[in-house]
Design a binder for this molecule. Structure first.
Ligand code: FAQ
Length: 313
């Protein structure tokens, strides 16, 4: 009988919706593409703690502070699940961090924008977590087992994050005129960068074809972006805020909102390290990593000691 080549058998498994596990054979390019995407995702979760961390000490109430703290800790936890999933592909945590610090690995463009007022914390939760959920619900069905399982757990926590942000926006929108203006201003500044989180249009997306074939990604950048817009426009209406897009219009034929042009020049500029906060975000991460060296060394020394301990007969 003619032997199937491993690429074909791999694709048969993918098409049959079987999960690929760490010890299974996989094409090198599948492995590389996953490492790229999962590590970018992990770095995003961890760098994403910075714009929110900026407001812990200035949260307007004890309740708001406790909720924000819990949310930021969740993001750190998401980073850890994702780094662990990525390590199952044969790359070490040190290499992943090195790739982030050298600029070889990206993190989401959205975290290079500043959080100027408390309303920005609302906008981050509502829009950034809202966009992240749309993307991650879809990724729960990704073909790589450890990534898929991490996503299922992460999605449970993200929906609380989105509500935390929407509650802040809803309260500010029904507050004083000044508070409502702050909420609108935050929406104006975070709307377009949130749409950029979904990546370039499908026709420009370098990795989509392969990632869709291998079911790393289950829906395209444009499909997910459209779903986010359709959901969010209605949420804005409910709290009386307006989406800053004069071209936004319900299209009865498509049963979707049409929307204006995204500024891809701004997106490229941020990806190239020239967004408002890129340098600050990276400098903070490098410094925190260096400051934590003694903790890593102590943990490794303890693990080594435990390994060498004689087991009593
Ligand atoms: N920012 O060919 P594609 C969160 C890059 S988690 C930066 O379309 P792909 C939670 C892309 O890497 C947010 N770079 O790429 C939270 C590639 O460059 P490369 C993160 C971007 O991978 C909330 C190039 O452009 N979520 O927010 C971006 O097929 C609040 C060509 O693009 C994930 O990472 C971007 N926005 O599709 C935490 C989800 N878009 O690598 C704290 C998982 C594209 O060749 C507070 N990732 N690029 O150098 C994905 O679903 C995909 O990777 C996409 C991009 C959809 C992001």
């Amino acid at each position: 009988m003619e032997k199937k080549n491993p690429e074909d058998s791999f694709q048969v498994k993918i098409d049959a919706e079987e999960k690929i596990e760490p010890k299974d054979w996989m094409p090198d390019e599948y492995r590389r593409n996953l490492i790229r995407q999962i590590s970018q995702h992990a770095h995003s979760e961890v760098i994403g703690m910075q714009p929110e961390g900026n407001w812990i000490t200035r949260a307007p109430s004890l309740r708001a502070k406790a909720v924000l703290l819990a949310k930021i800790q969740d993001e750190g936890g998401h980073g850890l699940y994702l780094y662990s999933a990525c390590e199952t592909l044969g790359i070490s945590r040190d290499e992943l961090i090195e790739q982030l610090h050298s600029g070889k690995a990206k993190y989401s463009s959205i975290f290079n924008y500043p959080t100027l007022t408390w309303a920005d914390i609302g906008a981050v939760g509502w829009l950034v977590d809202g966009a992240a959920i749309v993307n991650q619900v879809s990724l729960q069905r990704t073909s790589y087992g450890p990534y898929s399982r991490a996503m299922i757990r992460i999605c449970k926590e993200e929906s609380f994050h989105q509500r935390q942000g929407y509650e802040i926006m809803a309260n500010m929108a029904k507050g004083t005129l000044e508070q409502k203006q702050m909420a609108q201003d935050a929406l104006n500044r975070w709307w377009w960068p949130s749409l950029m989180m979904f990546g370039p249009h499908d026709t420009e997306s370098a990795h989509s074809a392969k990632s869709m074939k291998w079911k790393i990604k289950r829906e395209s950048n444009d499909e997910l972006r459209q779903r986010f817009i359709d959901k969010t426009v209605q949420q804005a209406e409910v709290i009386g805020l307006s989406i800053p897009d004069p071209d936004l219009q319900w299209n009865e034929q498509r049963k979707h909102y049409d929307f204006g042009k995204i500024n891809w020049e701004e997106f490229t500029n941020v990806l190239n390290g020239n967004g408002p906060c890129n340098k600050q975000r990276m400098a903070n991460h490098i410094q925190a990593h260096q400051n934590g060296a003694w903790v890593r060394e102590a943990a490794m020394a303890y693990a080594e000691k435990q390994k060498n301990k004689k087991v009593p007969a």
